[in-house]
Design a protein around this ligand. Structure first.
Ligand code: PLP
Length: 387
């Protein structure tokens, strides 16, 4: 596969490291490789770089630098927030989340159920929306934490996290949001917010894999998840991934500086792609809530065919997207998000997620618009469902 010919529209899976990010992080793997804990100027240089990155990520989120804890990934941030809330108040043994969370939350909830905790997962409607009155009914005086994602990775749906946080607080519960897909794509201002914890991940915003961050509001009690040394003010042990942290800081700066213009640019590309595919493919359906979604995501079902086959036939054109059914142990496992939305099986299996970034171009969209409809028509003709 020639990397120069790839049309990468799978940015909710991971993103390219931005050139400026790579440039910023490289010296910390070559020249300035010191340990931030070392008591000499070489270590101090790394420490100052980590401190600076705290400020950069805090500026992106509108919080204070000491409210940012660097972690290894979004999954770690999610786990750390929830497990901490359960440890802080052992009498509260209930968790509320949604049926459409990422496995970083849902698999943890499964484990917690097996450990005897009570987990309620809010259902969603056919657009993937939650009902706040239903949330109100689920949160009790025994709820330790409510965790609701800011943006869904499959549909791009945005959730009313601020209102949800208020509902959690009314019963004395903490509130966490998985903002792994939202951070860097839409404005977040935690100063005007009551959210207690927020997770993000470097590789979703043009920093490398292996670095994440957890926002923990000042004075919110916290039990550290990774225990050991005194790094991150004693809240997350382990020698810092200095290069990754510097990269995340730089990526946060870039995201903030270009957010407004990128939102218009990327949403414009997405809308062009979506409009043209809807016009040229047989009965397509957009999954999710078109009114409230990320600017970069569209999830379209092409009924009666397999998403995996669509992906396979797009590969020769270099088009890399993702499908709503994942291949696990030889069988196609339909997306839990689309299932929770009540999307019929016949449409789930033929769903494709296109997730864009600022590195995509209109010419790339036009290649997809030209190549995909014939693939859909061809697959429909040979569909075992006889369409
Ligand atoms: N949460 C959401 C919504 C995600 O999309 C992802 C990754 O796809 C994660 C959490 C996990 O992040 P990481 O890959 O950094 O562990």
């Amino acid at each position: 596969m020639d990397p120069a010919k790839i049309i990468y529209v799978d940015n909710n899976a991971t993103t390219a490291v931005a050139p400026e990010v790579l440039e910023a992080m490289m010296p910390f793997m070559t020249t300035w490789y010191g340990n931030p804990s070392s008591p000499h100027p070489f270590g101090d240089y790394a420490k100052r770089a980590v401190d600076h990155a705290h400020g950069q990520v805090a500026t992106l989120l509108g919080c204070d630098p000491d409210e940012i804890i660097f972690t290894g990934c979004g999954t770690e941030s999610d786990n750390a927030a929830i497990l901490s809330a359960l440890e802080i108040d052992p009498k509260r043994r209930r968790i509320v989340s949604t049926a459409v969370e990422h496995p970083a939350i849902l698999s943890l909830c499964d484990v917690l159920r097996r450990r005897g905790y009570h987990v309620d997962l809010l259902p969603v409607d056919h657009h993937g929306r939650i009902n706040l009155d239903q949330l109100r009914g689920l949160v009790t005086d025994e709820t330790a934490i409510v965790s609701i994602m800011w943006a869904n990775n499959e549909t791009g749906n945005l959730y009313p996290v601020e209102e949800a946080a208020r509902i959690a607080h009314a019963k004395g519960a903490l509130f966490h949001t998985d903002a792994v897909q939202a951070a860097g794509k839409i404005p977040i201002n935690l100063k005007d917010s009551v959210i207690d914890f927020l997770s993000l991940s470097g590789h979703k915003l043009h920093a490398p894999k292996g670095v994440g961050a957890l926002f923990k509001r000042r004075f919110v009690p916290f039990n550290q998840f990774i225990i050991g040394g005194h790094q991150e003010r004693g809240l997350r042990a382990g020698t810092e991934n200095v290069a990754g942290i510097v990269a995340l800081g730089q990526a946060a700066d870039l995201a903030r500086a270009h957010m407004a213009e990128e939102r218009t640019y990327v949403a414009g590309l997405r809308d062009h792609l979506e409009r043209e595919l809807l016009a040229s493919c047989p009965d397509p359906v957009v999954n999710g809530n078109p009114e409230h979604r990320l600017p970069n995501t569209t999830n379209i079902s092409f009924k009666y065919i397999e998403g995996e086959s669509i992906l396979f036939l797009m590969h020769p054109f270099g088009i890399c997207a993702s499908s709503g059914s994942a291949c696990t142990s030889g069988s196609l496992e339909p997306s839990h998000v689309l299932r929770a939305m009540g999307v019929p099986q016949i449409a789930i299996h033929g769903s494709i997620r296109f997730s864009l970034s600022r590195f995509n171009t209109r010419a790339e969209m036009d290649v997809i618009i030209a190549k995909l409809p014939p693939i859909i028509h061809r697959l429909r003709q040979i569909s075992p469902y006889g369409r």
